[in-house]
Design a protein around this ligand. Sequence first.
Ligand code: SF4
Length: 388
Amino acid sequence: MKNELPGIYIHIPFCKTKCHYCDFVSYPIHKSAVSVELYIKTLIHEVKLRKEWLASLPSAGIPRRFQSVYVGGGTPSVVPSGLLQMLFEELWKNFDITDEAEVTIEVNPGTIERNGLTLYRQMGVNRLSIGVQSFDDSTLKKLGRCHTTADAYSVINGAKAAGFRNLSLDLMFGLPGQSCKLWFDSLSKATALSPEHISCYELGIEPNTPYGKWHSQGLLSVPTEDDVIGMMENTSTYLGSRGYQHYEISNYAKPGFQARHNSIYWKNGPYLGFGCAAYSYWQGRRFGNVNDLDLYRESVYNNRLPEADSETLDIKGSAGETIMLGLRLRDGVCLKTFEKRFGVSVWQFWDEEISLFTERGLLEVSSGCLRLTDQGLLLANQVQAAFV
Ligand code: SF4
């Protein structure tokens, strides 16, 4: 079996301000004790440490060529482009990244100018993931986003003018005060711009956020479960009729524009993560960096990889994760590939669970793959949980 190439993830833990619903590891840029410049220099040092670490490992069949680089956050576009360029130069110097690699940067409207986008193109960035979230200004305000829809139009048009031919827009549904009409209005405005890829995320209310607090105090009016299910079900039909293939629970793409980097995660493939709070998966081991900026910097400058936790799963654990992640894909988990990888069939470990979910109409085997049915998609979390 040909091994798929791994990817590289870089975490930028800074944002202009903090959104009300966010529990990602990100710090408001102007209040951070570690400057952006110092952070990028630390990242560069980590890149060198990780290169030495990689050279010291036996190959174990994992190719050392990388097919993708994904810069996420946080808000990578708050980093001055010149600093990102410095980081990219070191990354390409220290790792073998293919000429055809998918290179993505997450961008938030209102955080980057046209010349910054042009510099991204010159650095080899060929895909932008733009955090639009909504095309309704009052919804953006309620979310605590620091931009307007005019900013979104400006960055999307600027990216096209700078030569980008692979744009992904992030949108959110199930938001406070958002009706079905308002959601489909955002979708309609998004498709009118004809991006190659659209991600639609349901709002999750996390306890340690302002939304979590307001929700527990009864101050947040979110759509009913039925409305949210309606939004989910109809989104697939709506985007399908406009040429977007629903290929993953939250993701839609025009033909040929599925996210390559994220596909590594969904196929439980190998990747290396750099930066504060970044995770990696390599040779069956999942490990994460510290999420405190000071500890991250201190560790790297003392020439220690900043790992905080690490887990190596046994075959069943790793196979279960592979199914859990693979069921996110509409194609599901290829049974032949699974058997070659783990030396067992899915039924040897989960015969009972698969039979049960199949009888309930939530799982099916189609074209040699185990996948969620349309009905199963609505209860994905419940089905996925049975495998881990
Ligand atoms: S921009 Fe993204 S990472 Fe930053 S605070 Fe908002 S949701 Fe969180």
